[in-house]
Design a protein. Sequence first.
Length: 236
Amino acid sequence: MPLLDVSQVTVAFGGNRALDGVGLQAERGRVTGLIGPNGAGKSTLFDVVSGLRRPATGKVVLDGRDVTRLGPARRSRHGLARTFQRLELFGRLSVRDNLLVAAELGPDRGRAAETADGILERLGLTGIADASADTLPTGVARLVEVGRALAVRPGLLLLDEPAAGQDGEETERFAGLLRSLAADGTAVVLVEHDMGLVMSVCDEVYVLDLGKVIAVGPPEVIRTDETVLAAYLGDA
Ligand code: ADP
Ligand code: MG
């Protein structure tokens, strides 16, 4: 059974169907890619999965439980965490304190400091633990945002363009982190425009275009899929 099972989800903004009968499954131990041109509906799908937006139709099942009517806080208690395309860090707080605040909300709240320090180390952020978040370059700030999501020890981790603003070396390290999270059993769903990253870390890739899933498959198949190439060319 997949950890996340989304089926037949539709969301309309006025006459614009941002999502139209979308299904997506994510499994423990795997990185699932979600790609598509700007405006395809990727962030809206994350909003539906994380409980920030109620779909007009369709279902979100998390670990066998229908959570479609649960709010974001309840879903987070069921092990769901996400990052945002628009960064949501506390700018005036240090990197460590950003992680601490998140850890205080997680299952390890009694050992929040230990959790925060463990994540700093895992993400290679120990050296800048005391830096204020609003002084960080975007690529590093995104890493802190991922750290905040990890602080609640998610079984399902939704990442919305986490590598935007990272340089080549940072992205390579980030790829290693994603693989190690999957190896720990996390179900990772990755929205990302960096095709090199998507193709190198994902086990399976979903392609959204204009609110519909137009292709699903392993990276090597998606890479050469005519429908997918056409959707991206249309975007350019
Ligand atoms: P993506 O993340 O793939 O770039 P989005 O999910 O952000 O796409 O947007 C999908 C579509 O829904 C776009 O046409 C966008 O303009 C529209 N949309 C997203 N959020 C809103 C909103 N809050 N109100 C109205 N339209 C929205
Ligand atoms: Mg988006």
